[in-house]
Design a protein around this ligand. Structure first.
Ligand code: URA
Length: 211
């Protein structure tokens, strides 16, 4: 389902895996595997309209004109730390992608995003950048990350998450309305601690076994 730059990926495999992921007794390794698998499926969707070019190749039988992805290598931009969970799945699809690491943590009191690391390819202006973070909650981290990428010159930015809160979508749209979002689901609301409800808990802690 797509509207206003918001793409909800209703593919049965994505929805099935998301349900498994939400279950509170899922093991750390099971959680990690599922995020990885969903990352790959979302990666397939977010790259659906990449431009192609025609090149001359030779098969074992004959020369032919064939299509390949045009332009510079993609950049994957995981927001640390939970965004890392998507990376292996996406890299399985596009092994040659460049990687921009965006280090942001959420101040537990203000819920504001605080930058602690940013390392990205120099030439971002003509690369498609796929920014990734499992949870679009307040939208503070996604907004800060997109601003950092834009400041580095990125123009074609797409944002992929697992779950989004309506509040996070509204905030992100207000600040970066032209950046499309791909998500597996839009949940009900954010609670007072900034967690998505019903959600899946703290994605980073569940992925890395830190709680
Ligand atoms: N970050 C998480 O990991 N989970 C939420 O529900 C919100 C933000």
């Amino acid at each position: 389902m797509s509207s206003d730059n918001l793409h909800i990926v209703n593919h049965p495999l994505v929805q099935h895996k998301l349900t498994l992921l939400r279950e509170k007794d899922r093991s750390t390794s099971g959680f990690r595997d599922l995020v990885n698998e969903i990352g790959m499926l979302l990666g397939y969707e977010v790259t659906r309209d990449l431009p192609l070019e025609t090149v001359e190749i030779e098969t074992p039988l004959t020369p032919m004109k064939a299509r390949r992805i045009a332009g510079k290598k993609l950049t994957f931009a995981p927001i640390l730390r939970a965004g890392i969970g998507f990376l292996d799945g996406m890299l399985a699809l596009v092994p040659s992608a460049r990687i921009a690491h965006i280090g942001l943590y959420r101040d537990p009191q203000s819920l504001e995003a605080v930058e602690y690391y940013f390392k990205a390819p120099q030439d971002m202006s003509d690369r498609t950048v796929i920014m990734m973070d499992p949870m679009l909650a307040t939208g503070n981290s996604a907004c800060a990350a997109a601003s950092l990428l834009k400041a580095r010159g990125a123009k074609d930015i797409r944002f992929v998450c697992l779950l989004a809160a309506p509040e996070g979508i509204a905030h992100f749209r207000e600040v970066h309305g032209a950046i499309p979002i791909w998500t597996a689901a839009v949940d009900d609301y954010l609670n007072d601690h900034g967690y998505i409800v019903p959600g899946l808990g703290d994605a980073g802690d569940r992925m890395f076994g830190t709680k």
